[in-house]
Design a protein around this ligand. Structure first.
Ligand SMILES: Cc1ncc(COP(=O)(O)O)c(C=O)c1O
Length: 393
């Protein structure tokens, strides 16, 4: 059957990550390719107790339809945490609970992008965002990342000449590069965005996973009325529960609610109730601290292994949080070829090419450090180091 597919789906790339993950789920593979939280960091016992409590105490309601905006106590919790941690003046009626923070990107695309609009995005950019926005047929305008944040000269030029619908970025432990914007860059970005009255979509999937535990001031705090933040419970609670949120100013919020209603009526209410119950009964800060410690240690092992086992000429980031190290191989090394060779040795990483909306990145790659144990990380990096030496001849 020759289906007449929509233009928007035909022009949207398949997720390289999902496709790669499918190919790399064998037990004997050392995977640096995905972005999975470490299974040890999911509190199955605590979530089990919360689930049983909810069903026993209020099962009939927890299994009913619910409001589009989300479970009120959960929205209050998120707003209060924003006030305390980030100094934002957040209120529960500005928080919309979503089906993972990935849904925020879809809803933002629905509400803010018309086909042909410019969208400014970091270079390299988050693959899931590139995919989500692509469905609305924008023209991406990449803004290169320096080690401490976006190139503000390019950002300004982009806003001036292309008038994008918004700028999408990840100031904390960016995916894929692992870099964190400095305070100075955050202020500079906010100043430019305010000058051109451009919305900043601030994806904060990793804000709680800064290794030093200290919160950095979000760009949104410097950008009243134009800052939209997205957050996720995937990395600190459970990705399978699919819970995230958008924090948005009133006018935008109203439109996002309409878009969400049309998409799925509301996020999984049982998941919301279980999470809410879990937050009442457990010390989430202590849990987050455990996750941070586990990831900090693994990041150190990965960076140290790269320092010792990679040949000269390979550059890599030293993340302050999150889940990824970004590697730039010497010119001429194809990370796609490295991927194929490494797979034959049962190790996988993610080639950098799909993270570039304008081509390039052939000699870059993303390495996840959260999912493997320290010895395995060292072993896998050693194998890749040997392959790099082989490829250079
Ligand atoms: C930067 C960023 N944003 C959003 C997401 C989506 O996460 P979720 O839908 O699980 O909240 C991810 C997932 O890895 C991510 O890395």
């Amino acid at each position: 059957m020759a289906y007449r597919f929509s233009r928007r789906i035909v022009s949207t790339p398949k997720s390289f990550i999902r496709e790669t993950l499918k190919a790399t789920q064998a037990a004997d593979i050392i995977s640096f390719a995905g972005g999975l939280p470490n299974p040890e960091c999911i509190d199955t016992a605590g979530i089990g107790r919360a689930a049983a409590d909810v069903i026993r105490e209020d099962g009939k309601r927890a299994l009913q339809y619910a409001t589009t905006e989300g479970h009120e106590p959960l929205r209050e919790y998120i707003a209060e945490r924003y006030r305390r941690r980030y100094g934002l003046d957040a209120q529960p009626d500005e928080i919309l609970i979503t089906n993972g923070s990935q849904q925020c990107l879809d809803l933002i695309g629905k509400v803010l992008i018309d086909a042909g609009d410019a969208v400014a995005i970091e270079r390299p950019g988050y693959l899931g965002a590139i995919q989500a926005f692509s469905l609305y047929e924008p023209v991406f305008q990449p803004v290169p990342l320096a080690p401490d944040g976006p190139d503000t000269g390019v950002l300004e030029e982009t806003l001036r000449t292309h008038e994008p619908a918004f700028f999408y970025g990840i100031p904390n432990a960016q995916n894929p590069s692992g870099i964190t914007y400095s305070d100075r860059r955050r202020r500079e970005c906010a100043k430019i965005l305010a000058e051109y009255e451009t919305v900043f979509v601030e994806d904060d999937a990793y804000g709680e996973l800064r290794f030093d535990g200290k919160a950095m001031v979000p760009v949104a705090r410097h950008l009243p009325g134009l800052g939209v933040m997205t957050g996720s419970f995937s990395k600190i609670f459970s990705p399978g529960m699919r819970l995230g949120w958008i924090y948005a100013p009133a006018d935008l919020y109203e439109k996002l609610v309409i878009a969400k209603q049309a998409s799925d009526l509301h996020s999984n209410y049982l998941s919301q109730r279980i999470l809410s119950r879990y937050l009442e009964a457990n010390d989430i800060d202590a849990h987050i601290a455990t996750i941070r410690d586990a990831y900090r240690m693994r990041a150190q092992v990965m960076v140290q292994s790269m320092e010792e086992l990679f040949p000269d000429g390979v550059a890599f980031t030293r993340p302050e949080g999150g889940m990824f190290v970004w590697v730039t191989f010497p010119e001429g090394i194809s990370s796609l070829e490295l991927f194929e060779r490494a797979l034959a040795h049962r190790v996988v990483m993610l080639p950098g090419v799909p993270f570039y909306t304008d081509g390039g990145g052939e000699s870059t790659g993303r390495f996840n450090f959260t999912n493997a144990d320290p010895e395995t990380i060292r072993k896998g990096i050693g194998i890749i180091g040997d392959l790099l030496r082989e490829m250079r001849g």
